[in-house]
Write a protein of this length. Structure first.
Length: 156
């Protein structure tokens, strides 16, 4: 969760707002360490989110949103340390899937530049303080749930 799974949580909160409760399962698969994490999040806006984080197989990260009129998915083409860009695929009811390819860029550089712009007063930082607090609260609840196996209420 700490390496890359946290970014899935960031995205879920950016799209849905604060989580209400979480259920997490941390298991061992073909490894002496617990390397497979599955999380179900219930958000205050009524949405559900699912995050899975598996340590071991080749890198893969994707983010998908499903709605009543269609879905959209974003996939990294390569590991962020050597970015190759992203694929955005979307589909609406009754229509074909459409995929658009986006070129590589340094997300770390973009984040540092956004932080510098915010520190200099040129622009607000793209992650709000409320989103940061919601992320920390959800992360703490995920850790408690993974340890206990129980549904944990997120303390915001």
């Amino acid at each position: 969760m700490v390496a890359l799974g946290i970014h899935g949580l960031d995205l879920c909160i950016a799209v849905n707002g604060p989580a209400e409760n979480v259920l997490a399962s941390l298991r061992s698969v073909a490894s002496p360490t617990r390397n497979t994490l599955a999380i179900l999040l219930n958000f205050k806006n009524g949405a559900n989110g699912v995050i899975s984080s598996v340590l071991g197989p080749p890198f893969s990260i994707r983010f998908a949103v499903f709605g009543s009129k269609g879905w959209v998915e974003i996939r990294d083409k390569a590991h962020p340390q050597a970015p190759e860009g992203w694929l955005l695929t979307k589909a609406a009811h009754g229509g074909p899937q459409q995929t658009v390819e986006y070129p590589a860029m340094s997300m770390v550089r973009a984040n540092v530049e956004a932080f510098a712009d915010a520190a200099a007063g040129r622009a607000p930082y793209p992650v709000t303080f409320a989103e940061m607090v919601a992320n920390i609260a959800a992360f703490e609840a995920i850790a408690k749930s993974a340890e206990s196996g129980a549904i944990v209420t997120v303390e915001n």
